[in-house]
Every structure is written in C-alpha cells, then in structure tokens.
Design a protein around this ligand. Structure first.
Ligand code: ADP
Length: 582
C-alpha cells in the first residue's frame, strides 16, 4: 500500500533552483511589482514620523498646526492605498502568468510520461499530483510568493526607517530575533517532511477509494467489503496522523512567534523611556520607533505565515517536478524506417524484474498479411501485441519496423507506422473535429470528412445539428459505444499506419452494432498489415498465417491449413471448436 511511491519526488535543491528560475522568468514585471510595493511601504512610513513630531511638538509647547499634520497623515494614507492597489494588481498579474506557465509545463510533463510508468504507478498518485498538488502550488504562486516578497520589502524598509530614527532604538527589537529565528528553524526542519507525508497519505487514500469505486462489483461479488473498509480506515488513520503531526508543529511554533512580536514593542517602549531620561533620544524618536516596531509585526507575521504556505507549496512543487524525473523509456533516435516490415528478434519482456512473460520471441510479419495470434489466456498475446505496437520496449532483443527499433521512433512518427487498436476508446471533451484530429492535428477538413466517411460515420456526424463542430465527450452530445469506436477508427484512418495490432475490437458490443462496426473496421484494415489477437477461432481461420502463443513463446506458426495438417495444439483447438456446434 504505502511505499508504492513509483513516481519520484524532486530534491530540495532542485525545487529551490526551479523556484528561482521561475521567479526570475519575467524580471521586468517582477521589478515593477516590487518597486510599487516598496513605494507603498515608504508612504506608510511617513505616518509614525509625523506622529512622533506631533508628540514632540506638544511636549516642547511649540505651536503645532495639528490640522496640517492630520491632513498630511491622511494624504500619505491615501497615497499608500493607491500605491498598494497598483502594486497588488501588478503582482497578481505576474502570479497568474507564472501559474499558467507552470500548469502548461506540468500538463506536458504528465502527457510525456512513459506509458509503462503510468501503468505501474497507478492512478491515485498521479490524480493527487494533478489536483491537490497543483491547487496547493497555485495558492503558493498566486498568494504566498507575492505576499512574501511584499512582506520582505516592507520589513526591510521599515527596519531601515527604524535605523534612521535612531540606531540605539533598534537594539531592543533584537530581542525578537532568538524567538523568531530558533522557533522558525525548528519548525521548517520538520515541516517539509510532514507535508510530504500528508500528500503521500492523501494519495494512498485517493488510490484506495478509486480502486474501491472502480471495482465495486468485484468487491460485492467477492465479499471484500470488510477488507476495503479496513483499508480505507487505515488510510484515513494515516492521513489523520500526518495532519495531526503538522498541526502539532504549528501549535508549538505559533505561540512562540506571537511572543516574539510583543516582546520588542514592550522592550522598545521601556528602553526608549530610559534612553529619553538619559537624554540620548528625543520623545519624537521614541514615539516613531515604537510605532515602527509595531508596524513591523504585520509584514513579519505575514512573512512567517506565508513561509508555512511556501512549505506546502514546496512539497507540492517537489512532487510535480518529480514527474519530470521519470526516466524516458524511449530513446530519441534518428533512424528512418526503410520499408514496412515489422519484426521481433529474440524479444524478452518482464513487467516485474526477474519474471519474464515473453521468452525469446522471433517473428517476422510480412507486409500486407493478416496474422492471427491465438493461445490460452495469460500466454502473452496482449503483451506481445503491445511490444509490436511499440508501447513497451523489449527487455532484450528488438522490435523493428523497416530496420528501425520502434522505441527509437518519436511517438508521433511511430503512430504513422504501427498502431494498436483496442476496445478502449476514449471520446475527449471537445468538438468531433478535434477528436478526430488528435491523430494528425495538421490535417484539413476534407481529410477529416474522408476519414469519417471511410468508417461509415459521416452520415450520423453530418446529421448532428453542429456537424463536425458538435461538442462531444463528458457533458457534450452523447455518443453511443459504437459511435465512439467509429471515432477511434476514424483517427486511425487519419494517422494512416501501414500496420495495425488489433485486440479483437468489436467483441464486446451488441451484435447489431458489431455488424456495422465490422464493416467500419474492415474498411480501416483494408490494404494494411494486420496482427490480430484472436479470441475467436474464425478470425484465425480467415487469416493468412496463425501464430500460436503459449507460455511466452511462439509455439506454432503457419497457415491455418498447414497447422491443422501438422496436428499440433492449434489442430487440437480447431477440432474442439469445430466439433462443437456454435
Ligand atoms: P494474454 O493476452 O495472452 O492473455 P497477457 O499478455 O495479457 O496474456 O499476459 C501475459 C502475462 O503477463 C500474464 O502472466 C499476465 O499476468 C502478465 N501481465 C499482463 N499485463 C500485466 C501488467 N500490466 N503488469 C504485470 N503483469 C502483467
């Protein structure tokens, strides 16, 4: 259950480097936002200064124009408000822009994940990363990063003002440093791991729930309810434990930080009073300094709060960046296939290390032929099919088309040579046109129409009110399973591979739909090399050659007639099937 972390998590140094790069991606916009915030902070500094003068004036008994001072204070406050408005606008714009870029990057990373890794990693981790982690990161980028910068700028400028007011008066504030420094360091050291654990526990929970929901029937049928309950309870317990841990950290950290705020104000006031009695500082200075220290609390507090949020964001960023660390399972090669011959030489393949499911397969598929693969369930037919379609690379040996290894072909090129046709066919949310164009985005309208016509789908597509522009997929115009399959077939026509690996695509549909689909399918197969994983023997009977796969090996290979004549296991299978009324 846990420890099934197949997708990697990036290291801290990497997260920092990436954060730095991202922050500096738009230096102009960043400088503008920070500059505006700095100006706003400076405008805010005028108020304590003026108040200090006011107090001093009253004490000295010199004539002071109170209305003028009040007017000046009001003016500075308005100025600060206006500056903050533009500063927040500038930093929000920047945040949104960076966020959009991060999202796009992450999406292309996820889409670029090797299929073999996605299959092994399971969906829970990936779903958590794409939902919860992206949300956490967006909070960080939208709010935490700009707020941190603003708080930092405000702190520095206020501290500067404090020093200018009287260096002596800065000393009492130093009392805050041990409180804040030590407690924050203590907290940060533990928080990252705490938050990573939280996310991982959450991923396990998502994983378990997805599995239970998807397999609800199996759970019912096998009476696994108790077991699933226990698993969910355990997941929740672990998630609760992880949340409790980080909450515990905050429970200790927050009160100490609060103390760190109050102590310097009191200290400045007391020490300032003493200094004043000694005649080292004026009353105006003490007033202004105390107000500055008071003014420091807000940005400091925000800074620390957002450091907390930055931790969460950092943990999410580590998980998002980790996706990029998945090693490629394809090597970018430059070979251009010479011809259409698909062949496997000495192919072995293992899903788990040390457990080969294919044991040295040699197979040459002749261009234009129909090759049927038959054999008992679990023999390795689907696995071999996926290798022949270039989805997995072989552990040893090679699968080549026209002499070029499939794993060295970029995916887009590969699909123009060999494609896998299965019963899984997803209709994406979008227009029908876009759904077909997935196969070859640069294709034009006539080609899309021709592809749909080729699979007998143009009739119903053109009858739709929106035609090609009809939105289908979740929430869109409903399409039947057969229509979805036709869309998938139209994609194939557009991609136009010379070889198809077919996992008996129509066997699950109702007979009426199956018949019309078989016509569509036949149109797609026409003129192409076809490797069919046959679940029904009449497919094998009609094929040019039959490969019998048994226990990860090609046990027999030849035409139907030859194999029947030889009297091997295919012959036995055939006579059993043929002998029973169907
Ligand atoms: P067939 O298509 O002939 O029924 P498969 O190629 O599906 O056979 O399976 C061959 C062997 O590989 C079986 O032992 C099966 O359990 C195993 N196998 C298939 N898919 C996976 C997978 N995704 N992960 C691990 N083992 C798998």
């Amino acid at each position: 259950m846990n420890g099934r972390q197949i997708l990697p998590v990036a290291g801290q140094a990497q997260v920092r480097a990436y954060a730095r790069k991202t922050t500096l991606r738009h230096p102009g916009a960043l400088a503008a936002a920070l500059g505006l915030h700095a100006l706003a902070a400076v405008a805010g500094l005028a108020v304590p200064w003026l108040l200090g003068d006011l107090v001093q004036g009253v004490q000295d008994g010199t004539g002071i124009d109170v209305p003028a001072v009040v007017a000046a204070i009001a003016a500075f406050l308005v100025l600060q408000g206006v500056l903050i408005r533009f500063a927040v606008y500038a930093s929000s714009r920047l945040g949104e822009k960076v966020l959009a870029e991060l999202r796009e990057e992450f999406v292309s990373r996820v889409l670029g994940l090797p299929l073999s890794t996605v299959e092994r990693a399971g969906s829970g981790d990936l779903i958590t990363r794409t939902s919860r982690d992206v949300d956490a990161l967006s909070r960080t980028v939208r709010h935490a990063v700009p707020e941190t910068m603003i708080a930092l700028v405000t702190c520095v400028i206020t501290l500067g003002a404090l020093v200018l007011t009287g260096p002596l008066l800065m000393l009492p504030s130093l009392l805050a440093v041990p409180f804040l420094w030590i407690s924050t360091r203590w907290y940060l050291k533990r928080a990252r791991d705490g938050y990573l654990r939280e996310s991982a526990a959450y991923a396990d929970m998502t994983d378990g729930l997805t599995e239970t929901v998807n397999g609800a029937r199996t759970v019912e049928a096998l009476g696994l309810r108790e077991r699933r309950h226990r698993r969910t309870d355990a997941d929740i317990a672990r998630s609760w434990e992880a949340e409790r841990y980080t909450l515990g950290l905050r429970m200790i950290w927050f009160p100490i930080v609060e103390l760190g705020y109050v102590v310097p104000i009191v200290a400045t006031l007391v020490a300032g009073g003493l200094f004043h009695i000694q005649g080292w500082v004026s009353l105006a200075q003490v007033t202004a300094a105390t107000l500055y220290v008071q003014q420091l609390i807000d940005p400091l507090d925000r800074l620390l709060m957002w450091i907390d949020e930055l931790q969460v964001g950092g943990a999410s960023m580590a998980r998002l960046l980790g996706v990029a660390e998945v090693p490629e399972d394809r090597e970018a090669g430059t070979g251009v296939p010479d011809g259409e011959e698909l062949r496997a030489d000495g192919v072995r393949y293992a899903y788990r290390e040390g457990h080969d499911v294919l044991h040295g397969i040699d197979l040459v598929v002749r261009p234009g032929e129909r090759l049927a693969m038959v054999g008992p369930s679990g023999a390795g037919k689907s696995t071999l099919g996926r290798l022949l379609a270039g989805i997995h690379g072989p552990r040893t040996g090679s699968v080549t088309v026209g002499g070029t290894p499939l794993v060295e072909l970029p995916l887009d090129d590969l699909r123009g040579h060999v494609a896998l046709v299965t019963q899984e066919h997803h209709v994406f949310r979008g227009t029908l046109r876009d759904n077909v164009l997935i196969a070859r985005p640069e294709a034009g309208e006539p080609e899309v129409r021709a592809a749909l016509s080729a699979v007998d789908a143009w009739e119903w597509v053109s009858a739709l009110p929106g035609g090609l522009e009809t939105v289908v997929g979740s929430g869109g115009e409903p399409v039947s399973a057969a229509q979805a399959q036709q869309i998938a077939l139209a994609r194939l026509v557009l991609a136009d591979p010379h070889t198809l690996v077919l996992d008996e695509a129509t066997s699950l549909l109702d007979p009426r739909a199956a018949r019309s689909l078989e016509r569509s399918l036949a149109a797609v197969l026409e003129g192409r090399t076809v490797i069919a994983i046959a679940h029904r023997l009449h497919t094998a009977h009609d094929a040019d050659r039959v490969a019998v796969v048994e226990e990860g090996r090609v046990a027999e290979l030849g035409s139907h007639d030859d194999l029947v004549r030889t009297g091997g296991s295919y012959a036995a299978l055939w006579s059993t099937w043929h002998g029973t009324p169907s």
